[in-house]
Design a protein. Structure first.
Length: 132
């Protein structure tokens, strides 16, 4: 029996789907929809961004089909540790800190196009695209 492998997707990955990026769509098909997760922070960023009600409703429907990872005390504590360690030295942004803390707390890989925003974080596993 194949083990379920959850992958946390950064906001730019989901936006890539909306922009019909064929590489991202292909990779997410390999991961399988039931294994695609987003942080509550990513969900918030997506809900904040639409230009109209139609786009907002589509985003909300799409989020209903993904694993949504809530913020808990463990994630909050890791978030504060990450900010303390990397905000000054690497300019770690608040949303990126929460997303990274979510991946770390749940021991899952983070799929992002912005590896420079995360590559310096000790222990964070970045998802590597697997060739077809």
């Amino acid at each position: 029996m194949e083990q379920k492998k959850i992958v946390l997707c950064d906001t730019n990955i989901i936006i890539g789907v909306y922009r019909n990026n064929p590489d991202i769509i292909s990779e997410l098909k390999k991961i399988k929809q039931e294994n695609i997760a987003v942080s509550i922070i990513t969900a918030g960023e997506l809900i904040y961004g639409p230009l109209n009600k139609k786009e907002l409703n589509q985003i909300k429907r799409d989020l209903d089909n993904l694993v949504l990872v809530d913020i808990d005390k463990k994630i909050c504590n890791l978030f504060l540790e990450l900010l303390s360690k990397y905000a000054l030295s690497h300019k770690l942004a608040l949303p990126d800190g929460f997303i990274a803390a979510t991946a770390l707390a749940n021991d899952i890989e983070l799929y992002t196009l912005n590896t420079k925003d995360y590559s310096f974080i000790d222990g964070l596993k970045l998802y590597k695209n697997k060739p077809l």
